[in-house]
Design a protein around this ligand. Structure first.
Ligand SMILES: [Fe+2]
Ligand SMILES: [Fe+2]
Length: 145
């Protein structure tokens, strides 16, 4: 059973962003499963690296969507700062794995809860009220992504 399953609760009703969040949850599940199954260190690193790479792409796209939606400047800046923090956090986790510091499945669950799940549910959700406008722009081909 996957650690976290996509459900309606996660949706912010912007299809591109929902698709990326689904993929992020999938990679997070792969990481969780690999750790639980005591997979080789290299496997854990490969998954962690793909999580970092995909998160980088996602943060960029999400910030672009917020800009395109006319998200208030102050909120956009605050969200950018949160993404930077998330980036620092996952790098720290990467470093801890590199130093072979003992990480339990519980540590990783706590990390994923705070790093990914809470961020989507509490912060990315704030984009929801702009979703109709974004879908309209996408239909009109006005999103330069
Ligand atoms: Fe975000
Ligand atoms: Fe996001």
């Amino acid at each position: 059973m996957p650690y976290v399953e996509w459900c309606e609760m996660f949706s912010i009703h912007v299809p591109d962003i929902d698709r990326q969040h689904t993929r992020l949850l999938e990679i997070a599940n792969e990481f969780h499963a690999a750790l639980k199954a005591n997979r080789a260190r290299q496997t854990l690193f490969d998954i962690l690296n793909s999580l970092i790479r995909y998160a980088e792409e996602h943060f960029r796209d999400e910030e672009k969507a917020m800009e395109a939606a006319g998200y208030p400047e102050e909120d956009l800046l605050a969200h950018r700062a949160l993404h930077e923090q998330l980036y620092d956090d996952i790098y720290r986790l990467h470093g801890e794995f590199q130093e072979a510091r003992e990480k339990t499945i519980h540590d990783v669950e706590l990390f994923l809860n705070n790093w990914l799940i809470k961020h989507i549910l509490l912060e990315d959700k704030k984009l929801s009220p702009y979703s109709e406008m974004l879908r309209k722009k996408a239909r009109e081909g006005r999103l330069h992504r």
